[in-house]
Design a protein around this ligand. Structure first.
Ligand SMILES: Nc1nc2c(ncn2[C@@H]2O[C@H](COP(=O)(O)OP(=O)(O)OP(=O)(O)O)[C@@H](O)[C@H]2O)c(=O)[nH]1
Length: 686
């Protein structure tokens, strides 16, 4: 749409929204109206047709007191009824006798500001006795409807049968207040509008607001003009607000709209979901069709009953969905106990989530991790999405869009990959946040509009106003670049899922952290082999095994020769490298059953499990040669001196290592680069 048209449309919408539909100063002719002050002392306004309805001229009526005009008894009944229900409308039945006939009326009474309004509709033939069984029958059918669609279909049939109107539809409003026809029942020559969309401007905000005050709008004859109120305005109180009434005259725009649709009679009843307008039941008659108050009330009861069942069915289906998501969360909880990797969780349950949320891909992204499943953007893109979400959602709330092209993620996510995103934060801690991302593919929809919604303008030379469409012929619009929208319940469910995943992720991170801490506690920071404390623990358990099973346990302790010189000549870093190289030599040369660790600065202890002294001497010799042969870079070659001993009864860790140390000392004394052994006496002396 051009910029000019955009501006025009905006102006037209604003002017349409200003149309004071609640104070039309007139009523529809199927009844008459009397307004009086709220102390029941003065008649303030009457409709011009009061003579026809109540056999009294407007002048006479305006000169009478309410009691004179309506009789003491009716006034007393009204006073009682309005006292009991001061803010709502009250319906009474009454009779009047004139032209030698007794006429029966339905009287709708309500307060309007400081005034009291009475709307009289003449009752011609009581239909109550046949209405009740019919209503009961429909209520039974509603109770048997087990899904929303069946229920709404039944409702449209019920309203059609009750009213005799030819087309009954259920409109549902989307988030932008566009309406779509989701159920319909047709009779006679009525055309179908099922599946059609109606632009939000068809039912402007102030008209929608009226449905919140008064859920029923009845226009039995769309051809007639309104009957004015006399006087047009009450000088003390201004225009009369008829929002709560049933006779309120219809705006000319709406009458033209109905005529353009070939509709001559209409009844609309609001469907409310917890105070919010969910939709409308709209019944159309192709000819004017009077609608007795009883039938109107019965139709309203049917809509109310169906609405309650509709939201009950919706609640059930949402509960089933939540249960399925919870089931998959329960599996995470099991896994949580086993500390399985988040990647495994995503692999095992991700496909369930894709199915449950009708998503094409899902990803779990948290610091240093990106786990994806299904159709998802590449890793760097996922990281960028999450960075954007962290910026966008400072409060870390669940974020969603079914039109990514209109968000800050437009350039990041390719339309081919996804058009919708539901993202729930993983509360991992104050600084770190991860996200669970569910992506939805494009959903190309052919939307059938009842008339072209882009052409609602009428340029009256000077003034631009919204004109009702002249054509309701189908106009098809291809809607692309969108996914199916995310429902509130899906948003709730993904939040819960993300919270559980956060627990799983944290548990895994903690497990990994513990592993790291444990590793640090066990290992020597420089060489990565066991430290002294860990070596002592292992030596203790080897000694225990030696005591219990009588199996041999030998140790060898070696110390690098002239290491101080290495440091002094080549620097401390070069010395460090030597220690690391020696650790590598040990790693390569020893059997898996041997254990070793760094015992002190340049001292290493090897525990040769299940090994006799003789075998350990051979091992020590092998190690000595390996060290001597080792290439130490610019340092050249280095050597080490070894002391070997084996456990004898009564040995403790201290005595055993002390003996090995003595042997090593002797090896140093004897000229270094050699292996010496020491055998224990079998006594317990230190
Ligand atoms: N680079 C390095 N040097 C260490 C480390 N731990 C101990 N040393 C050094 O090892 C040397 C040990 O020196 P000494 O005890 O005098 O023995 P030595 O020079 O090896 O001589 P002998 O043992 O008698 O052959 C000292 O210079 C320590 O500073 C270490 O982690 N890195």
């Amino acid at each position: 749409m051009s910029e000019l048209n955009d501006n025009k449309l905006q102006k037209a919408l604003e002017s349409c929204a200003r149309e004071p539909v609640h104070i039309p100063g007139a009523i529809q002719p199927q009844g008459c109206l009397i307004s009086m002050d709220d102390t029941f002392s003065r008649i303030l306004q009457v409709s011009a047709n009061i003579n026809h309805c109540l056999a009294v001229s407007p002048e006479q009526a305006l000169q009478s007191s309410p009691q004179q005009l309506l009789g003491k008894q009716l006034i007393q009944r009204l006073q009682r009824a309005l006292k009991d229900a001061p803010f709502s409308t009250t319906a009474l039945r009454t009779t009047r006798r004139f032209d030698e006939q007794t006429r029966r009326y339905n009287v709708l009474a309500y307060r309007s500001g400081k005034r009291l309004v009475l709307e009289f509709e003449q009752l011609h033939q009581s239909s109550r006795h046949r209405l009740l069984p019919a209503v009961n029958d429909w209520l039974d059918r509603f109770a048997r409807a087990n899904d929303s669609q069946a229920l709404l279909d039944t409702l449209t049939q019920g309203i059609r049968e009750l009213t005799g109107y030819e087309r009954v539809m259920v409109y549902h409003f989307d988030n932008e207040w566009h309406g779509s026809v989701i159920a319909e029942s047709l009779g006679g020559q009525a055309d179908s509008f099922l599946g059609h969309h109606f632009p939000a401007s068809d039912i402007p905000p102030q008209v929608r607001a009226l449905y919140d005050i008064n859920p029923v709008r009845s226009i039995p004859d769309a051809r007639v003009t309104g009957v004015p109120l006399i006087p047009a305005e009450d000088p003390d109180n201004g225009p009369l607000d008829l929002s709560q009434g049933i006779l309120r005259a219809v705006s000319p725009i709406h009458l033209a709209y109905l005529q353009n649709m070939d509709v001559q009679g209409a009844l609309s009843i609001a469907l409310h979901n917890q105070q919010q307008l969910y939709g409308l039941v709209a019944a159309h008659a192709l000819q004017p069709r009077p609608l007795p108050p009883d039938v109107r009330d019965a139709a309203r009861s049917l809509v109310q009953a169906a609405t309650q069942r509709l939201f009950l069915l919706k609640a059930h289906s949402e509960a089933r969905f939540l249960q399925r998501v919870r089931d998959s969360q329960a599996l995470i909880s099991d896994i949580r106990g086993q500390l399985r990797e988040p990647a495994t969780i995503v692999q095992e349950h991700g496909y369930d989530w894709l199915e449950l949320f009708e998503a094409c891909g899902c990803a779990l992204v948290y610091p240093k991790h990106t786990i994806g499943l299904g159709r998802v953007p590449d890793r760097p893109t996922l990281q960028k999405i999450v960075a954007w979400l962290n910026q966008e959602s400072q409060t870390h709330d669940t974020w969603q869009s079914h039109e990514l092209r209109h968000t800050g993620l437009a350039g990041l996510v390719d339309k081919q990959d996804a058009c919708g995103l539901l993202a729930a934060p993983l509360p991992l801690g104050q600084k770190d946040t991860g996200w669970l991302l569910l992506l939805r593919a494009e959903h190309i929809e052919t939307r059938l509009w009842a008339g072209n919604p882009e052409k609602p303008l009428l340029d009256d030379k000077e003034e631009v106003r919204l004109s009702p469409r002249h054509s309701f012929a189908t106009w098809a619009e291809q809607v692309t670049g969108q996914s199916r929208a995310w429902s509130a319940i899906e948003q709730r469910a993904v939040t819960g899922l993300a919270e559980d995943l956060a627990v799983a992720v944290s548990a895994h991170e903690i497990a990994k952290l513990n592993e790291r801490l444990e590793h640090l506690a066990y290992t020597d920071a420089l060489t990565g082999i066991w430290n002294r404390s860990r070596t002592e623990t292992v030596l203790d358990s080897e000694i225990s095994a030696a005591i219990r099973y009588g199996r041999p346990c030998s140790v060898l302790l070696f110390d690098i020769d002239h290491f101080k010189q290495v440091n002094d000549t080549h620097g401390h870093d070069a010395g460090d490298k030597v220690l690391v190289t020696i650790s590598d030599i040990l790693n390569r040369s020893l059997r898996p059953t041997d254990h070793f660790g760094r015992w002190g600065g340049e001292e290493f202890l090897v525990i040769a499990g299940n090994s006799t002294l003789e075998c350990t001497l051979q091992l020590a010799e092998r190690l000595r040669q390996a060290i001597e042969a080792g290439d130490m870079g610019p340092i050249g070659h280095i050597t080490a001196s070894f002391g070997v001993t084996t456990w004898v009864a009564g040995d403790t860790r201290r005595t055993l290592v002390k003996r090995a140390d003595q042997a090593m000392y002797r090896a140093k004394e004897a000229g270094r680069n050699r292996v010496m052994s020491e055998t224990g006496s079998g006594t317990t002396s230190d």
